[in-house]
Write a new protein. Structure first.
Length: 346
C-alpha cells in the first residue's frame, strides 16, 4: 500500500493528530508520502521513518494575527486566491497521485487531496477534530468556496472525528473514534540536569501550538515551587524561567517530563497533556468554533483552568488546580480504531 498523507500546516495540532495514525499504519504501508508545508525537521521529529516529503501545501491556512486571533480579511483573500484556479489545482494533484502510484489518501484536514483522489477514483479518508468548512462559514460565510469544501469532505469514504471534536452533524460520513495522542518520553531528570534546575519543583511548559503570542514579560507568576519552561520567542522575565530548547530534547519529551502546560485551546496540546496526566492552564479563545468541544473534554479529563492574560489570574488558577483531585487519565486509542477501519476499507 502506497499512502499519501496530507498534513495541514495551520499550527502543530494536525501533525499531533496524524502522527499516531501513521505509526499505527507504518507496518502496512510500503511507502508513505507526506504532503505538508510544515518544516521537514518538525515532521521528522514526530513521524515514523522513512517517508517522502512533498513540501507543497495542499491548502491555504487561515491567516492569524497571533495564536488567538484570526485575520478575517486576509483569510478571505487567501481562500479566494487559492480557489481562483481550483479545477487546475485538483487536476494537478490528481496527476501527481497517479504519478506516485498512490493507493489511498489520508487528509488532515485539507480538502484538495480529497477532491483530487475522487477525480482519479482513489479511496480517501479525512481525519480531524475540526473541518475547514465549519471554520470558514463561521468567519467568512457560506459561499462557493464553502460549498466546494462541503463537497470534498462529503466525498471521503470516512471523516474520522477523534475525541474530542466539533459536532459536524452535516457530515453523513463522519465516524467518531477515540483520542489521538502520541506520548513523549519522560526524561525529567535528564532535562533538569541539562537546564540546571531543581526537578523537585513543579515544571510548567509554555507553548501555543506553533503560533506566536505577544505576552507581557511579567505575566508568569514567580512561586517558590514552580519553574516555567519557555519557547525562545517568549519575553525574558524572572529567574524561574528557562528556555526549554536548551534541553536539546523533542517538544513531546519536554511535555512528558513536565507537571503542567500553559497553552491555548488546541487538540494536540490538550490531548497530549491530558493523556499524560498534566495539569493545564489555557487562554480563553471563545471565537474559535472548535473551542467548546475541546475545553469541555479537557475539564472532564484533567485538572484545568481557563485564564485571562493577567499575572494575578494565573496565580489564582495555579492554586485552584492544586486543590483539585486528579481525574483518571483518558486513553489514546483512536489510532488503533482508525487502523482497523482504514485497512478494512482501503
Amino acid at each position: 500500500m502506497r499512502l499519501w498523507a496530507s498534513i495541514s500546516h495551520h499550527g502543530l495540532g494536525h501533525l499531533a493528530q496524524t502522527a499516531p495514525i501513521l505509526y499505527a499504519l507504518h507496518g502496512q504501508a510500503a511507502a508513505i508520502v507526506v504532503q505538508s508545508a510544515l518544516p521537514l525537521a518538525r515532521l521528522q521529529a514526530r513521524l515514523p521513518q522513512p517517508f517522502v516529503h512533498n513540501p507543497e501545501a495542499a491548502e491555504t491556512a487561515f491567516v492569524m494575527f497571533d495564536a488567538l486571533r484570526v485575520d478575517v480579511a486576509a483569510s478571505r483573500a487567501a481562500f479566494a486566491a487559492f480557489h481562483h484556479d481550483w479545477p487546475q489545482r485538483v487536476d494537478a494533484l490528481a496527476r501527481e497521485l497517479e504519478r506516485q502510484r498512490v493507493d489511498v489518501v489520508l487528509a488532515n484536514v485539507a480538502y484538495l487531496p480529497l477532491a483530487a483522489a475522487a477525480r482519479v477514483g482513489l479511496p480517501a479518508y479525512a481525519v480531524c477534530s475540526l473541518n475547514w468548512a465549519d471554520i470558514y462559514a463561521h468567519y467568512v460565510g457560506r459561499d462557493t468556496v464553502w460549498q466546494t469544501m462541503l463537497e470534498a469532505y462529503a466525498g471521503a469514504r470516512s471523516f474520522f472525528r477523534p475525541t474530542p471534536a466539533m459536532p459536524m452533524p452535516w457530515l453523513e460520513n463522519a465516524e467518531t473514534v477515540g483520542v489521538l495522542a502520541q506520548p513523549g518520553v519522560n526524561r525529567r531528570g535528564e532535562m533538569a540536569e541539562r537546564l540546571k534546575l531543581d526537578n523537585t519543583r513543579r515544571m510548567w511548559l509554555v507553548g501555543m501550538g506553533g503560533f506566536g503570542w505577544e505576552a507581557a514579560p511579567d505575566l508568569l507568576p514567580q512561586r517558590p515551587n514552580t519553574v516555567w519552561l519557555l519557547p525562545d520567542d517568549w519575553p525574558a522575565g524572572h529567574n524561574d524561567m528557562y528556555r526549554f530548547s536548551q534541553a536539546g530534547m523533542d517538544f513531546a519529551d519536554v511535555l512528558a517530563s513536565c507537571d503542567g502546560l500553559f497553552t491555548k485551546p488546541g487538540y494536540g496540546s490538550f490531548a497530549e497533556a491530558a493523556t499524560q496526566g498534566l495539569d493545564v492552564l489555557y487562554l480563553s479563545r471563545p471565537d474559535w468554533p472548535e473551542s467548546p468541544a475541546l475545553t469541555d473534554w479537557l475539564h472532564a479529563n484533567t485538572r484545568a483552568r481557563a485564564v485571562m492574560p493577567q499575572r494575578a489570574d494565573l496565580a489564582k488558577a495555579l492554586d485552584d488546580i492544586a486543590a483539585q483531585p486528579k481525574p483518571p487519565r483518558p486513553t489514546a486509542d483512536g489510532a488503533a480504531t482508525i487502523r482497523t477501519r482504514f485497512l478494512g476499507r482501503a
